[in-house]
Design a protein around this ligand. Structure first.
Ligand SMILES: *Cc1c(COP(=O)(O)O)cnc(C)c1O
Length: 228
C-alpha cells in the first residue's frame, strides 16, 4: 500500500514540475511520518524514500533511534527553545526556526557536531494559530541568524492557513517565494543561487510546486490517515 501511494505521489510531483517547466529532480519529497510506526517508515525506506519529517520531539527520538541510519530527518513541528539542543542532535534539518533565541541554542549544539541546516518558518498567512516569523520581521531575523550563528540557513518554510481548496494556498506560496528572492539578494542564505522553499502538503503540493517549492512535506497521501 505504502509502495503504491509513494509511487503515485512521486508521479504527481513529477507531473506538476513538468507543468511548471521545472526539473522533477529539483523537488525533494519529505515523507511526514508523525504518528506513523517505525514499520511504516521502514517500508518507505525500502522504496527508496530517504527524507522524513517529524513534529513531536519525544515521539521522534524513539523512532529515530529505532530507524535505519541513512535517513535524513527534518523537524517540522513547533520548536520550544528548551528542546532546541535535543532537536539539533536528532535532526539533520530544522525547518521551523522562527526566533533568534532558538537559532542560538541550535547553534550552540551544532558547533560541537558537524553543523546544522535550518529553514526559517514564515507565517505568510498571518494566521494567529500558526507559528512563524511575520514577513516584516523576516529580514531582521535572517540578518541576526546570519551574523550571530554558524547555522546553514537553507531557505524558508511555510504552512498557509488551512483551506480545503488548494488554490487558496497559492498566494501564500507565491509570497514565500518572493520573500526568498528579496532576502537572497541580501546574502542571508547559505547558497544564494539555491534557496530552499518548503511548502505544500498532501492537499496542496501541486500548487506549491507550481509556485516554486523545492521541498514538499507529505504525510497522508503516502501513509494514509494518521491514528489519533
Ligand atoms: C502534518 C504536517 C504535514 C503533512 O500533512 P499531510 O496533510 O498529512 O500531508 C506537513 N507539514 C507539517 C508542518 C505538518 O505538521
Amino acid at each position: 500500500m505504502i509502495a503504491e501511494r509513494l509511487e503515485q505521489v512521486r508521479e504527481t510531483i513529477g507531473q506538476a514540475a513538468l507543468r511548471a517547466g521545472r526539473t522533477p529532480g529539483d523537488i525533494t519529497l519529505v515523507a511526514v511520518s508523525k504518528r506513523q510506526s517505525v514499520t511504516q517508515i521502514a517500508t518507505a525506506v525500502a522504496c527508496g524514500q530517504l527524507a522524513f519529517g517529524e513534529n513531536y520531539l519525544q515521539e521522534a527520538q524513539e523512532k529515530i533511534e529505532a530507524c535505519p541510519q541513512q535517513i535524513n530527518w527534518h523537524f517540522i513541528g513547533h520548536l520550544q527553545s528548551n528542546k532546541a539542543r535535543l532537536a539539533a542532535r536528532l535532526f539533520q534539518v530544522i525547518e521551523t526556526v522562527d526566533r533568534l533565541k532558538t537559532a542560538r541554542l541550535l547553534d550552540k549544539e551544532a558547533r560541537s557536531g558537524t553543523g546544522l541546516s535550518i529553514l526559517v518558518q514564515v507565517n505568510v498567512g498571518e494566521d494567529p494559530r500558526k507559528s512563524g516569523v511575520a514577513a516584516q520581521q523576516l529580514p531582521g531575523l535572517l540578518e541576526a541568524i546570519h551574523t550571530q550563528t554558524t547555522l546553514r540557513v537553507e531557505g524558508l518554510m511555510t504552512m498557509p492557513p488551512y483551506n480545503p481548496d488548494p488554490e487558496a494556498s497559492r498566494p501564500h506560496f507565491a509570497r514565500l517565494r518572493a520573500l526568498a528572492e528579496e532576502n537572497a539578494a541580501r546574502g542571508f542564505f547559505a547558497d544564494t543561487s539555491q534557496v530552499a522553499l518548503s511548502m505544500g502538503m498532501s492537499g496542496d503540493f501541486q500548487v506549491a510546486i507550481e509556485e516554486g517549492a523545492t521541498l514538499v512535506r507529505i504525510g497522508t497521501s503516502i501513509f494514509g490517515e494518521r491514528t489519533p
